[in-house]
Design a protein around this ligand. Structure first.
Ligand code: FEO
Length: 171
């Protein structure tokens, strides 16, 4: 059985992961609106990954006889000034999520909850990837600027991103 402190904290994390999906959906909508459909596609894949993250916390609570309690999801930002600002904001958001995961790991250690620590290690590794991918795209956008062929080429490259279901990633 999952302990109450961990259950509550994991419930909150489900909300953070669902908000992440909502935020990236909003970023996709903005990127479509400025004609960068490839970058929008990249964000659509990100939405699916965030839904998977929420599902992992959901499943963990249920498997350990806890009850999931969903809260309202905050309205996301709707407009940005450029693709660069979008990816800088995505990077900043991922840094925030990494902090949350680290806090959960700390709590699981304090509570001697070894099952949670095993599950959270997956997220610790995942956040390295999440921060790296968003910061890399932001840096590329800084280099190439807001217009021109290079922007369109990067848009095309990012549009090739496809969602890998958990089985295909070894999870
Ligand atoms: Fe669920 Fe992008 O971290």
């Amino acid at each position: 059985m999952i302990n109450e402190k961990i259950r509550k904290a994991f419930n909150e994390q489900i909300n953070h992961e669902l908000f992440s999906a909502y935020l990236y959906y909003s970023m996709a909508a903005y990127l479509h609106s400025i004609g960068l459909d490839g970058m929008a596609q990249w964000m659509h894949v990100q939405v699916l990954e965030e839904m998977l993250h929420a599902q992992k916390f959901f499943d963990h609570i249920v498997e350990r006889d806890g009850k999931v309690e969903l809260e309202a999801i905050e309205k996301p930002q709707l407009e940005w000034i450029s693709a660069l600002e979008v990816f800088q904001a995505a990077y900043k958001h991922e840094q925030f999520i990494s902090g949350r995961i680290n806090d959960l790991m700390k709590l699981s250690r304090e509570e001697n909850d070894y099952a949670s620590q095993g599950m959270l290690q997956w997220f610790v590794d995942e956040q390295v990837e999440e921060e790296s991918s968003t910061s890399k795209i932001a840096r590329q956008l800084e280099l190439i600027g807001e217009t021109g062929n290079a922007l369109l080429m990067l848009d095309k490259e990012l549009g090739a991103r496809a969602y890998k279901p958990p089985q295909a990633t070894g999870e």
